[in-house]
Design a protein around this ligand. Structure first.
Ligand SMILES: Cc1cc2nc3c(=O)[nH]c(=O)nc-3n(C[C@H](O)[C@H](O)[C@H](O)COP(=O)(O)O)c2cc1C
Length: 273
């Protein structure tokens, strides 16, 4: 249920709060001030757009009082010149320094990444961070156990996902699963939440990018994520209950090497209709 107040002395009756509401919950009353349309209040998704678009800060939601909201600083939009090398320069990092990343730094990254979009603003994403490198290694080992079950069963999946190669690499002392990363971040949602998958994937994509300015690097851990979905011992080790689905796992830490160039990628496939 939407609960908001309007400071009539500040409201300029511009109607921007009404226009921006994605659920069309608001209308202007006879005095041209916003009010909730009867019967629609319950559909409020608490996105805060109405309060944040008001040029005068006249609309305040009970759930996010206007004087507690952070103002966007001037020049917060980065320029195309800035974002192009930032986005194109991001690389999957598979070699890490041993030193640990401080928990407050990780908390800050997640604090920023949690502003990623989520279906119906449900903010369905839960985070788990494996901070102990020994625990990360345990997850690699359990993923290898899971991989070997496919090889033993002569499953076509083993060939398609190159499981033999993983085993060879693991047995030679390498870690093809978690790449000897010091940490793993996981995103998960409630099993019945149909919106969690997209929200978690997007939040994790943000995490990977947000980590860069903190001097960190990251890499999606696809094999680990599959094991966390399907293999009970790996799920247990990661502390995932039967009520949740892990939608993403990301290795991260301080990169051992720096990249100097941007690799080529396929041309964009765009069809204009
Ligand atoms: C869903 C997903 C799963 C991935 N899983 C792994 C993985 O298990 N191990 C790995 O080394 N890289 C993994 N990657 C990283 C890709 O291999 C990498 O993005 C790709 O090679 C392009 O390199 P770049 O990210 O540096 O541009 C994964 C990427 C995605 C999107």
């Amino acid at each position: 249920m939407i609960k908001f107040t309007v400071d009539i002395s500040e409201c300029v009756s511009c109607g921007s709060c009404v226009a921006i509401c994605p659920i069309k919950i608001l209308e202007l009353d006879a005095e041209k001030h916003p009010k909730a349309i009867e019967g629609r209040e319950e559909y409020c998704i608490n996105c805060g757009h109405c309060a944040c678009v008001c040029p005068k800060g006249a609309l305040s939601l009970e759930s996010m009082p206007i004087d507690e909201l952070k103002e966007l600083p001037e020049g917060w939009r980065l320029s195309p010149k800035e974002i192009e090398p930032f986005f194109k320069g991001r690389r999957s990092i598979r070699a890490y320094k041993e030193d640990l990343v401080e928990k407050p730094v990780i908390e800050k990254i997640i604090d920023i990444a949690r502003y990623a979009p989520s279906g119906i603003n449900r903010q369905s994403v839960y985070w788990a961070v494996v901070h102990d490198p020994k625990k990360v290694q345990e997850l690699s080992g359990l993923t290898m156990e899971w991989v070997k079950t496919f090889i033993n069963e002569k499953s076509p999946i083993a060939e398609s996902l190159r499981f033999e190669g993983l085993v060879k690499s693991w047995e030679s002392g390498e870690d093809p699963i978690c790449r000897h990363a010091p940490h793993v971040a996981m995103v998960y949602g409630l099993k019945e939440d149909m919106l969690a998958h997209a929200a978690c994937t997007i939040a994790m994509a943000h995490f990977e990018l947000v980590a860069l300015p903190f001097g960190l690097g990251a890499c999606w851990a696809g094999y680990l994520q599959m094991a966390l979905s399907a293999y009970a011992p790996a799920r247990k080790s990661a502390g995932l209950s039967s009520k949740i689905t892990c939608h993403g796992a990301m290795l991260f830490g301080r990169p051992k090497y720096e990249f100097n160039c941007i690799p080529s990628r396929n041309d964009p496939r765009i069809i204009w209709r």
